[in-house]
Write a protein that binds this ligand. Sequence first.
Ligand code: UDP
Length: 513
Amino acid sequence: MVTSGSVPSAPPHFVLVPLLAQGHLIPAMDIAALLTARGAAVTLITTPVNAARLRPLADRLVASSSHSGPFRLAELPFPAAPFGLPEGCENLDLIPSPPLYLSFFRAAAALRGPLTSLLRSLQAPPPSCLVADMFSPWAADVAADLGLPRLVFHGPSCLTVLSFLSAQRHGLIGPGAAAAEPFEIPGVPHRITATRAEVPGWFNVPAFEELLRSILEAEAAADGVVLNTFEFLEGDSAAAYGAMLGKPVHCIGPLCLSTKDSVGNVGRGGDAAVDTGRCVEWLAAKNPRSVIYVSFGSLTYVPPKQVIEIGEGLAAAGAPFVFVIKKSEVASPEVAQWLSGEGGFEDRNKEKGMVIRGWAPQAVILSHPSVGGFVTHCGWNSVLDGVTAGLPAICWPHFADQFMNKRLVVDVLRTGVDVGIKGPLSYVDPNSVQLVTRQEVERAVRSVMDGGEEAEERRQKAAKLAEEARKAVEEGGSSYRDLDRLLQFPSQKYCNAAYCNGAGTLLYLTIAG
Ligand code: UDP
């Protein structure tokens, strides 16, 4: 005999499975902050090296007054050595040479067994939904093994994932497609034209076919999607994407606003290479909206010649600047010599320039009122950092989704200028980098920072986006409402699966003998 009765609806327990890369771990921590603030339990799956980086943020999250649901960072040992990776190579930004990218994804996929065992052992409360990064398609098998609903989290803009899906379905990309040939992407709002090399992003090089196939299969089999965007910014693309995919789409961004106080931003993604207080002091001494900030995210490698051209272009443009140069870039003797010592770049620009060697407290810097422009590689998190700070952008994409994100900023939102990279450049071949001269850098910076009608228009549009971003995450805003839907998703998923009485009450089944 089967009987039924209503159970009190326990808060859901979300298990987040991010790609092990800064641009994915940081938004995963933001999702954890949002969900736990609304009473859900969250377990974020990571590895020892990444957990050490995330610990300051995690500690702050647990200590924060807005946090109410339980949060845990779960560490699974990363099988680096069996896949030919150096010990401790647990994040994309630690991969020593581009050919090892694929080995890294394969090593991550080997976490399937350990994750399944871990989730089986988790109780009080047991997991109710997996939110797995698009780049963790192996998590689909974990969810299937455990009978859990699964949502895919996409790191890039909605325009990027929609364009990719559409082009894929229409057979417009893939082997044999002429890389430089532009085409209008079917089913995408705003009549976006892109080249056949730009749309596939990560997948425009051979050897990623296997990963691509599993990503598409995992997306097709998922119960829905979570996106780091918001209705005002990309509502039209999100509607088109949901319709094309035939699945619910939750737009809960901008996730970077989940840490509202600037102190909360300090430890985002790792320890800053600069004293944040000193940085803020330096910014405070500059005029409002006068400083240009230059950073290319966590993965992009800028070759020595280009670092020097950027620096000299910035110096010539005249605006005060913060220039972030990665440790791996400063390690080049050419850069080190140009940068340091008497008469070196830093010495020549000590009044108006700040060079950060390594990880920058980016969110703190961009949200400072003295910052007035952002030279960005168009990683989606950085784009949103700029959007929420109300900043016009100079778009300098390198690879992956960055070219489609640039199209959104330059062609649709009209808050940015294009530095003119013909790309896309390949992350597996740093020699493919197209050099931008110091004169071109100077011109681009002046066009954004020196005023004029077009610059003012961009600035106003950017300010409007920042205002709308804030409204989206406030109570009753579009992202707040989508987060509500996300919180209800696990129980509704079971409702839809006929374990429900149709009135929204969850029922349980008792098999009596
Ligand atoms: N970031 C930072 N300091 C840095 C470089 C990056 O805080 O020096 C943060 C940035 O705020 C963003 C993330 O790292 O949240 C980078 O992600 P994005 O998608 O912009 O680019 P990716 O690193 O994935 O190319």
